[in-house]
Each structure stands twice: as C-alpha cells, then as structure tokens.
Ligand binder design. Structure first.
Ligand SMILES: Cc1cc2nc3c(=O)[nH]c(=O)nc-3n(C[C@H](O)[C@H](O)[C@H](O)COP(=O)(O)OP(=O)(O)OC[C@H]3O[C@@H](n4cnc5c(N)ncnc54)[C@H](O)[C@@H]3O)c2cc1C
Length: 557
C-alpha cells in the first residue's frame, strides 16, 4: 500500500532541502516525503497524486513564493485534498499574513523559520496534526480503478476479466459523476482524450491504460503472459476444473507443467455462483472460491500459469509446439487439451449488437450490483440458468426466467427447481423465447414470444443474461485431432472404427483412454466427446489423465 504523502514546498533550495531532511528523519517509515520548488510545481504533484488516488496527509508550505503564494496554493490544493493538514512556514516578518491565512485557507498551524531544533519546534506540532489526520481519514482503497460506462461492452469485459482473475479493483461509473464526488473529482483531473475514450484503467503506480486489450491488461496487472521456459514436460490448454486438476496432479508428481488460460482460471465453473453438488462441500461453494483455491494449490506445486490464448499446435517428432496469441511458441512432450465449452449464442435481432451493453452470456456476476432494484431477465432452463436466477434474486427487484420448454423437470436439478419456487422474487415463464432485443446504445426492451398464445410482447428490460447451453471451441485444433460433428474431441475407444486404430496411428497399442488420435495429446473435461459435463467429472478426468501422461512419457523420454 502506498504511504500517505507529506508534501513540502519552498522556493529557497537550502530551506527546502533542510525541511525535507528533517521530515524524512522522523517520518520516512510511515510517510512518503515529496518536495516542490514552487506552488505551480506542487500543484502538478497534487493532481497526479489525486489521479493515482494516493493520500496526502500534510502540506508544509512556504508562504512567500514567486507565482502562487503558500495560501494561494493551499486554496487550490485543499479542493482536491480537503482532509490534509496544512502548515504554513513563515518568516517572523510575515506572521500577520500567516495569522490572516488561518481563515482564508483553513491553516492548521504556522511555523516560524528557522525551526531548529526540530525536536522542539517542528515534530511535536506535526505529530499532533498527523495523529488527528490518521484518526479522521478512513483507510483508502489502493488498488486498480476502472472508470467507464455501465453499458460499455469493453468496460464489462475488463471488469469481468479482473474479477475472474481475482484482481481487486474499484469500479467508477462515469454516469454517476453528478452524485459521486470521487468520480467527479477524477473526471475533472483527467485529460479530455481520456474521458472520451473510456474505459480507463488506472493502476496504483499511476499508469493509465485507455481501452486496454485483455492481453495488455494481463501484462500490466501482474499476470504472467510469457512462458519462462522454452520446453515443458506437460502443457495444459484451459484452466477450468479439468485443466486445474491436471496441473495440480502433474506438477505434484514432478512434471514441469505449464497451464495456459485465455480468460481466467476456473473456466465455466468459475462463473457459477454456487456449486452445490461438489463432494466435500455440503453447503456448496462458489465457483470463484473453487478456482481461487485450486490456483493457490497449483502454484504451490510449481505450476506456471500463463494468461494467454493457444491458437495453434504443430508436431515435430516427439515434440508438440503450441503457438500463443502473441505469436510466441512453447514446446512440450505431452499436451493436454482442457478447453471446455463456450456459451451458445442466442440468434435474434439486436442481441449481438447489444451484447455487453445489457445483454450478457453466462451469469456475469460483475453486473449484479448494477441490477439492484431492477427487473432482470434470465434465458435458459438448465442448472446454470437456475443458479444465475438464484444469484440475481439477491440483488434485483424481480428475476424473470424465460424457459423455451413447458417444464424444468428434465433440464434442471430438483434442488434448484425447489429453490426457485421458494424464492418470492423469481418468476418462471414457460414456453417463452426472446425474439428481439431493442435499444440504441444499451438494452432497453425485449420482445418475448409465447408459444402457447402465439403472441409477442415487448417488455422493458435493462439486463438479459443468456444461459442456453454451450459448444466446444476447437477449430484451432481441427487439422491435428479428430473431432465429432459438433466439434467435441474424440479420444480412446471412441477413435476406433470397426476395431481399427485411427488413421496415421503408428504405435503398436490402441489410443489410451483420454488420448486423442495423436500420441501424447490428451483431452479431458467438457471438450471431450462423451464427457459428463460436471465439475467433479472434469476434475476426475484431469487427475486420471496424469497417469496416462506418465505412461506416455516413459516411452518417449
Ligand atoms: C453457470 C454454470 C454453473 C454450473 N454449475 C455446476 C454445478 O453446480 N455443478 C457441476 O458439477 N457443474 C456445473 N457446471 C458445469 C461445470 O462448470 C463444467 O462442467 C466444468 O467447468 C467443465 O470444466 P472444464 O475444465 O472441462 O472446462 P471449462 O470450465 O469450460 O474451462 C475451460 C477453460 O479453457 C479456456 N480456454 C478455452 N480455449 C482456450 C484456448 N484456446 N487457449 C487458452 N485457454 C482456453 C477457457 O477460457 C476456460 O477457462 C456449471 C456451468 C456453468 C456455466
């Protein structure tokens, strides 16, 4: 956490050095001492500190300076830091001016030059003022701040990325500037181009990123984007439950392991507000918690986690080369594909245009706060939609679940159906499909078709969460591994046709249980053809695959 600042200003270089030295001697362990040679230069520092959201505890200012006088400086500075303590340094001859300034700029104290010895003439005064300041000022938020617009898809992606990677941040909605002095103060200090190209991400070190890509964001918030090694025993693509389990088992059993994840570890499970059927957690746990624990465990065993997208694979003898989004390559002996599935898109006019601006795929938990006291629409009839409805019911005034079919019995677990029925602000509409989304720059209404009455009703809506199933994203592997007609990757016995091994297979054994048609490339979790789409089964497959990886490595290494 950045230390609060003591800022001293004097145009006399000798005096400035002397006061800076005395301040550092006594306060350097708890405060950062900064100096400026003029009121104008000091105002620059003050503005910069404000944008960084650093605290200033004390101004210690010479009164008589060319340009801005001490009092004039303080009058400007306290509009940005009203709680900072203010001490004026004056010569004996200026005492009357200093006394007059007590009212003008709310001076807490004036000190006569010289202040020697500081133990008698400086420190007791400052100690008292700093104690008061510490007691009165609430601890500050010191993390990343994101200034943006609630309806901006880029803002949503940034918030979602930070939240799912467990990077703390503070969201500042520019639309609240009129009512929120923090937002207003920040907007006034920023350059025009910055407020015109939101979102703006402000890092604690002062760096400002305008509309950053996720890769730029990852690089700047401390996520690893480049591999430390050129070669690994095991490379895992995808950091959902299956990939994380494989990473933990692989690294704990001595394999040099890298896990590549393009969004955030946790995968789909990380988006689940409450997983209630995972063994060992009788009262359920959130997907975010599960992911956080698994990441800590993986790191403890030495897994390298990269925030990057795998875009291609090439084979070279026993080596498998992975290309990442930035064009970099890394190689490995064993490759494990755990890329899960992605949300299926809702095909209706307006939906694509307004995605991220009121329409979201998945439960988009970062948007929950913004839906407070609003009506939220959830589309889907499976467990993920049920969980999302339960989650939003804690924030929204009412949650309307739009289900295409006439019952939930076949698609949703009974415990969730019961929970939905018992939650008074959840309303389930059967035989209902969204056929159009309306709005200029954000969602304002949806048209819902009811198959029973065959009527289309247009209803006001600001938030629509779509959870209508998922499909694998395996096109980047299409030339390498065999897939079924829907894109799921085939493995083990599913590769055998009439008792024959897959085309090009040269080993004198059948493909192993979780092995693809390329020896040494394994597949686990939801992306595998025939997998059971559950957290526990992904974790099970990820763990079991490591014993097949060992068997494979024992033959190639
Ligand atoms: C909202 C919701 C609630 C759920 N609730 C439950 C529940 O209560 N109980 C239960 O058992 N199951 C639940 N599920 C299902 C469960 O989450 C999944 O079955 C499980 O997450 C699958 O794990 P996985 O590791 O195979 O894939 P995923 O979780 O899909 O993870 C795959 C990861 O791979 C990454 N990836 C994809 N392509 C690339 C690439 N090219 N490069 C780098 N990374 C890539 C993705 O970003 C993703 O993080 C829920 C799912 C959802 C969406």
């Amino acid at each position: 956490m950045a230390k609060p600042v003591l800022l001293t200003v004097d145009d006399d270089w000798e005096v400035l050095r002397a006061i800076e030295r005395d301040l550092r001697r006594k306060y350097a362990s708890d405060y950062r001492v900064l100096r400026a040679e003029s009121g104008e230069a000091a105002m620059e520092i003050v503005r910069d500190l404000k944008v960084r959201d650093n605290a200033i505890a004390l101004f210690l200012i010479d009164q008589r300076m060319p340009g801005l006088s001490g009092v004039e400086f303080l009058q400007q500075a306290i509009s940005l830091y009203p709680d900072a303590k203010r001490v004026l340094l004056t010569a004996y001859a200026d005492t009357d001016a200093a006394i007059a300034a007590i009212n003008e700029a709310g001076i807490n104290y004036y000190l006569l030059k010289p202040w020697d010895p500081p133990e008698e003439n400086l420190y007791p005064v400052l100690d008292e003022l700093l104690e008061d300041w510490q007691a009165a000022v609430p601890p500050q938020f010191e993390g990343i701040r994101v200034l943006g617009n609630r309806w901006s898809p880029v803002s949503h992606n940034i918030k979602d990325f930070l939240a799912r990677n467990h990077v703390p941040y503070k969201w500042l909605d520019i639309e609240t500037a009129a009512a929120d002095s923090e937002v207003r103060g920040l907007v006034e200090l920023l350059e025009k181009e910055e407020t015109e190209s939101l979102p703006l991400v402000i890092l604690p070190n002062g760096l400002r990123l305008r509309q950053p890509t996720l890769a730029q964001l990852a690089e700047n918030v401390g996520l690893k984007t480049r591999a430390a090694e050129a070669f690994y025993d095991l490379a895992i693509v995808g950091g959902g439950p299956a990939g994380l389990a494989a990473a933990v088992y692989g690294a704990s059993e001595g394999l040099r392991t890298v896990m590549i994840e393009r969004e955030a570890p946790g995968g789909q499970a990380g988006m689940s507000s409450r997983i209630e059927n995972y063994l060992g957690f009788p009262s359920g746990l959130s997907g975010g918690d599960l992911a956080r624990r698994a990441v800590v465990q993986a790191r403890r065993f030495g897994v390298e986690i990269l925030s990057a997208e795998a875009t291609a694979v090439r084979l070279d003898g026993p080596y498998r080369f992975l290309t990442l989004g930035d064009g970099a390559e890394l190689s490995c002996h064993a490759l494990l594909v755990a890329t899960g599935v992605q949300w299926r898109k809702l095909e209706a006019p307006g939906v694509e245009r307004l995605t991220g601006a009121g329409i979201y795929y998945g439960a988009a938990m970062t948007e929950a706060i913004s839906t407070r006291d609003e009506v939220v629409f959830v589309v889907g009839g499976a467990n993920s939609a049920g969980q999302a409805a339960m989650y939003f019911s804690k924030y929204a005034q009412r949650v309307v679940v739009l289900v295409r079919g006439s019952s939930l019995a076949l698609s949703m677990s009974q415990y969730l159906i019961n929970q939905l029925k018992e939650t008074p602000n959840v309303q389930i509409e059967f035989n209902s499909s969204v056929v159009e989304a309306h709005g200029e720059d954000h969602l304002e209404a949806i048209s819902v078709h009811c198959t029973t009455s065959n009527e289309v009703n247009k209803v006001p809506a600001n938030s629509l969460f779509i959870l209508i199933g998922a499909a694998p994203n395996t096109k980047w592997l299409a030339d390498i591994v065999d897939r079924d007609e829907r894109g799921f990757i085939l493995s083990g016995p599913d590769l055998m046709r009439d008792g024959k091994r897959p085309k090009g297979w040269q080993l004198d054994r059948d493909p192993g249980l979780l092995e693809t048609n390329v020896p040494g490339i394994f597949v686990v979790g939801d992306v595998r053809h025939g997998s059971v789409k559950r957290v526990a089964s992904g974790v099970g497959e990820g763990s079991v695959a490591i014993s097949f990886v060992h068997q494979y490595l024992s033959k190639v290494v």
